[in-house]
Design a binder for this molecule. Structure first.
Ligand SMILES: [Ca+2]
Ligand SMILES: [Ca+2]
Length: 289
């Protein structure tokens, strides 16, 4: 049995009907941040801010640069390009959960909308979020500001409000095959669990599990001349609650080897479902790309 395979994750969004294929270890060279300041009293500020990437103990931060204009004025939109080249941040680490904005002052700021695009070292770009901001999530080092609502920092997952539209998702496990007659018989279990619901999300399921089996399936030819066998549910997994998810999978039965790497599933999908890395339950696996 051929033990080499790749994992492809297709995010099939109801709202977009688009499919995204993610690569594993691409670094981040920067972020583009388009932020609008709320048009309410005290929302504006002249203080400085820091953009932070944090995953557990891993943290990298860069200051927002100074624009020629008076930034963060009421109702105004400001655009920043923040360089993270050389910071060692991987695209797979970037999510609304791992991105924060941090105040460096005592004059409160309240955004009304934030859009963030992660720019990959290989030239890719990934939209992380494009959402209205929760009007309770003020920024200030003075936590007594605005009725005690202010915090020094917020993650984008905490502050972003999303349209409460449940999402669908169609995982695919791709097996590389030796030739046109290399058949596949296998069962793969895909499962997921909601880690953090997006702000405002109330509809949709918080977990799923689906078994997908193929028996003596012949491979398909893909561009580049390779033979592959894709194992994927016949239909997308529907009605998932928006938020941060962990995806698990289990290859049953036939493989031996190791299963010690996480998968590149940590991506935002326009504020809908963000799948994080996960390998729980992968007890029979093989070596992952
Ligand atoms: Ca203010
Ligand atoms: Ca200002």
């Amino acid at each position: 049995m051929n033990t080499e395979y790749n994992l492809i994750v297709g995010l099939l969004l109801i709202s977009l009907s688009s499919t995204a294929i993610f690569s594993a270890e691409e670094g981040v060279r920067g972020f583009r941040i388009v932020q609008t300041t709320a048009n309410v009293q005290y929302a504006d500020t002249d203080d400085g801010f820091t953009f932070v990437v944090r995953n557990g103990n891993f943290e990298r931060s860069r200051r927002f640069g100074d624009l020629p204009s008076d930034e963060r004025e009421r109702g105004q939109t400001d655009t920043y390009n923040i360089d993270f080249s050389g910071a060692g941040v991987l695209m797979s680490q970037v999510s609304r959960q791992s991105l924060l904005i941090r105040s460096r002052g005592h004059n409160s700021w309240l955004p009304s909308h934030i859009k963030i695009t992660a720019l990959g070292a290989n030239g890719t770009s990934t939209l992380i979020m494009d959402d209205a901001w929760n009007s309770n999530c003020w920024f200030s080092e003075d936590h007594g500001d605005n009725g005690g609502l202010a915090r020094t920092e917020w993650t984008m997952a905490q502050g972003a409000t999303v349209t409460d539209t449940a999402s669908s998702f169609r995982p695919t496990l791709r097996f590389n095959k030796a030739n046109s007659g290399d058949r596949t018989t296998i069962t793969v279990t895909f499962s997921g669990s909601l880690l953090t619901a997006a702000t405002g999300a109330s509809s949709g399921n918080s977990n799923f599990s689906v078994d997908v089996s193929v028996v003596n399936k012949l491979p398909s030819l893909v561009p580049g001349g390779s033979w592959v066998c894709d194992v994927t549910p016949a239909l997308p997994i529907r009605n998932l609650k928006p938020g941060e998810w962990r995806l698990n999978y289990l290859v049953q039965g036939v493989f031996t080897g190791q299963c010690d790497k996480t998968l590149p599933l940590n991506r935002s999908a326009l504020g809908r479902v963000n799948f994080r890395n996960g390998v729980a339950g992968c007890r029979t696996g093989t070596s992952f790309p």
